[in-house]
Design a protein around this ligand. Structure first.
Ligand SMILES: [Zn+2]
Length: 423
């Protein structure tokens, strides 16, 4: 099924070894990612040992193949609510929510109003060790939290005059921060003692991108970039999302290690994609304008072994290369809209051409797609998206094989034409 790539080889001044990539090699990397999750608390979440171990695995394979590997460190703010907030006086109040980036804690104390809580003045008569109760408005929740901490509050309750709400304190806070409606706010302020319990993980974490580049220098200095995020959600090992993409581009990099393509190929394994594309954003932000312009195209590979798959090709410059590949294999594909949900977004925001492949996430397969691709209409394309069951069993080997071949061929086409004319 994947013997197509011989067609490409003839076009290359220096052959790039993109003859069929055995899916077994890709699966070997995937099993390594599964093992790192299994031995590190069940996930490969950024800033935690499961991701670090995955990154060490990728870097070690690359180094063995002769690459110089760059580890690009950065920090990002991690937040998750481990359990719902509890606010109680004589009994527990309803309509209480933990503010995003609230600290974790279990504190009991006397509530004390502090106006809007935006300025030091609001805390003039505040007694350290009490629980601050402030009104929503006038300044950000982050400023309110900062002022409360400065005044020595052990927790902060923000009251909206309308009703219960959700808020975001913007960065990790050292104390519990709750959001409540008017009714709860009024009752709490009248009590002598309340107890606030939040259970969160809210902290700045450190992680890194893994980057490696083939030799090859084009007179115009352009490179082709291929990237995949290596981190998973905290809920699971992230084998389809995105062990598949990370493993496929690792195997491609290993096979290109001996090659001297006319155009250099730069591979990137991003971290903290799941928390908000932090790794790719950091990378793009660090580029000089000249470095940015030197990227001919950025190809993103995120989820390429979905069990109830479709072949979604990102709109843009690389579309026609993917189209040729799928057409030749008599396989259906469709154009996928760029919705900003993966690591191509910082590149396209910086005016770099982007492309890539995606075989489907939590969205349900339509009837029309089921007719075209097979599979089950009305069911998610990846039934284990962001779940603990995103394991080795959550990967369709044939879809992974076809997708890996697609990426390999598109990269080969890019490096064989210098400069590439698109459309
Ligand atoms: Zn992903």
């Amino acid at each position: 099924m994947l013997t197509h790539t011989t067609l490409v080889l003839g076009l290359l001044a220096t052959p790039v070894p993109v003859d069929p990539i055995p899916v077994e090699n890709v699966l070997t990397h995937l099993r390594a990612f599964q093992a790192t999750a299994d031995t590190h608390g069940g996930s490969r979440v950024a800033g935690r040992p499961g991701h670090d171990a995955s990154a060490r695995y990728v870097a070690a394979r690359l180094r063995e193949a002769g690459y110089t590997v760059e580890l690009q460190p950065f920090t990002f703010d991690f937040y998750r609510e481990v359990a719902p907030a509890a606010l109680s006086g004589r009994h527990r109040f309803r309509g209480v929510s933990t503010m995003h980036f609230s600290g974790s804690g279990d504190v009991t104390g006397r509530p004390r109003r502090a106006g809007l809580g935006c300025a030091e003045q609001d805390y003039r008569r505040f007694v350290r060790g009490r629980i601050a109760v402030v009104r929503r408005g006038s300044c950000s929740f982050e400023v309110k939290a900062q002022q409360a901490v400065k005044a020595g509050a052990t927790a902060l309750i923000v009251v909206d005059q309308k009703g219960p709400f959700k808020g975001n304190a913007n960065r990790p806070q050292p104390i519990p921060v709750l959001a409540v409606g008017k009714e709860v706010g009024a009752r709490v302020a009248g009590l002598r003692r309340v107890r606030v319990v939040t259970r969160t993980e809210s902290e700045t974490r450190r992680t890194y991108n893994v980057i490696a580049q083939t030799p090859g220098a084009r007179p115009d200095g352009k490179v082709v970039m291929v990237g995949a995020h290596l981190d998973s959600r905290f809920e699971g090992p992230g084998i389809n999302d995105n062990g598949t993409g990370a493993a496929a581009i690792l195997e491609l990099a290993l096979r290109m290690a001996g090659a001297r393509p006319a155009t250099a190929v730069r591979f990137a394994w991003w971290s903290a994609e799941e928390e908000g594309l932090y790794g790719s954003k950091h990378y793009v932000a660090k580029l000089t304008p000249q470095e940015r312009q030197s990227i001919e195209v950025y190809l993103n590979v995120d989820m390429i072994g979905s069990r109830n798959h479709t072949y979604g090709v990102y709109k843009g410059a690389s579309e026609r290369f993917f189209a040729r590949y799928f057409s030749r294999l008599h396989l259906p594909y469709h154009t996928a809209d760029l919705n900003g949900a993966s690591d191509y977004a910082p590149f396209s925001d910086a005016d770099v051409q982007v492309g890539g492949l995606f075989t489907g996430g939590k969205e349900a397969k339509t009837k029309a797609e089921a007719i075209l691709y097979g599979g089950t209409a009305g069911k998610p394309k990846d039934p284990c998206y962001h779940k603990a069951c995103d394991t080795m069993a959550n990967v369709d080997h044939e879809v992974l094989a076809v997708s890996t071949g697609a990426i390999a061929e598109v990269v080969a086409r890019y490096v064989s034409c210098a400069p590439c004319r698109v459309n």
